[in-house]
Design a protein around this ligand. Structure first.
Ligand SMILES: [Zn+2]
Length: 205
């Protein structure tokens, strides 16, 4: 692409770094912004930089939060004895949308993936174990994707938590999850949480 302006070229290059955005789309977005009021564009850029600078991760469950402890972890209406372990914040959002779950979460921040160099120490596993040591947990639900990474993570986590003798269950493993959750409808996801099965049973299938 030949640009008539270096400023334009730089802005397009920044947008093109976003996932799923090619050069053409980036150019369209940048030209769109140029047609907006200056105030509108100012608001846009302030929102993005505030997001990056001010967002926090909950000290308990590691979900994205506006404060040091998230709304779910501070809520008295939630069942804090039930922990649902998920890959990232999109999973929390998907499960919350089902209105079928009243427990709390633990966000791992990824899945174990030797191919990508992601090991257990890169994930929030130790903090999960620390939470279990508080003896307040009556059930752990693993809601991880039915991929090789999901299976590897599940296997590893189960090994780490089994000595606590806390019932461990998994959601129906056939459903798409994790990065694919925009394709999971709320009813299917809600049902799979309600009909979760003990971890041991999920292995024998
Ligand atoms: Zn939290």
């Amino acid at each position: 692409m030949n640009f008539s302006s270096k400023l334009l070229e730089n802005a397009v290059a920044e947008f093109a770094k976003l996932p799923g955005v090619g050069q053409k789309t980036a150019l369209r977005l940048v030209l769109h912004l140029l047609n907006q009021d200056k105030q509108e564009v100012e608001r846009f850029s302030t929102t993005i930089s505030k997001l990056r600078n001010e967002i926090q991760f909950c000290a308990v469950c590691h979900n994205i939060s506006d404060s040091s402890k998230c709304e779910i972890c501070t809520s008295h209406k939630r069942d804090h004895s039930l922990i649902c372990v998920v890959e990232d914040t999109r999973d929390v959002m998907a499960i919350e949308n089902t209105n079928q779950y009243n427990g709390v979460y633990h966000v791992l921040g990824g899945l174990i993936s030797p191919m990508d160099g992601v090991g257990p120490s890169d994930l929030q596993v130790d903090t999960l174990v620390e939470r279990l040591k508080l003896n307040e947990t009556k059930e752990i639900i693993f809601a991880l994707s039915a991929t090789m990474e999901g299976d590897t993570t599940l296997f590893y986590l189960h090994k780490r938590v089994k000595n606590f003798n806390i019932p461990v269950s998994t959601i129906a493993r056939g459903i798409a999850f994790g990065g694919e959750l925009e394709y999971v409808d709320e009813i299917t996801l809600g049902r799979s949480i309600a009909t979760r099965v003990p971890y041991e049973n999920s292995l024998s299938k």
